[in-house]
Design a protein around this ligand. Sequence first.
Ligand code: ZN
Length: 155
Amino acid sequence: MAITRWDMSKATESEKKSSVNDDSMTLNEIVNDLAKKNPFLKTPMKRRREEKEEVSAGEKRLEWLKEKAKKAVIPTEQVSTLKPEHIFLENGPLIIHMCLECKKFNSTRTVTNLGEGKIQLPLGLCTICRSHINRQRAVKFFEHELPSIKKAYDL
Ligand SMILES: [Zn+2]
């Protein structure tokens, strides 16, 4: 399923506008435009109005995310099993997406010095973060590695 951005239509519109502006703006217009965007030259009233607009855009996005999240599934312990020999011995970099709750948890843990130039960072991961590692590995294997081999060997 394709992921659509909540502000996609707005972004494309402003992109179109800015590309038109770039072509037709003179140096004077660019300087004036920059001066207009300078927050230090704005009246407090205008600045406050713009800040409010930013806040409401953030709130709008949060509402949009909450609506989408209703259909999301929180992974079970069963699908979140991680085996160190699998995740650490793969080719390529290991990228871990960590949720805010896990980041906060790990930030309060201590770092252990293991000697030989190595330290051990805490790595507490909830089922969402662990199952995501598994999903990432599966997607990479089935949707990148295997098709690449198929192409390379003309299978
Ligand atoms: Zn997490």
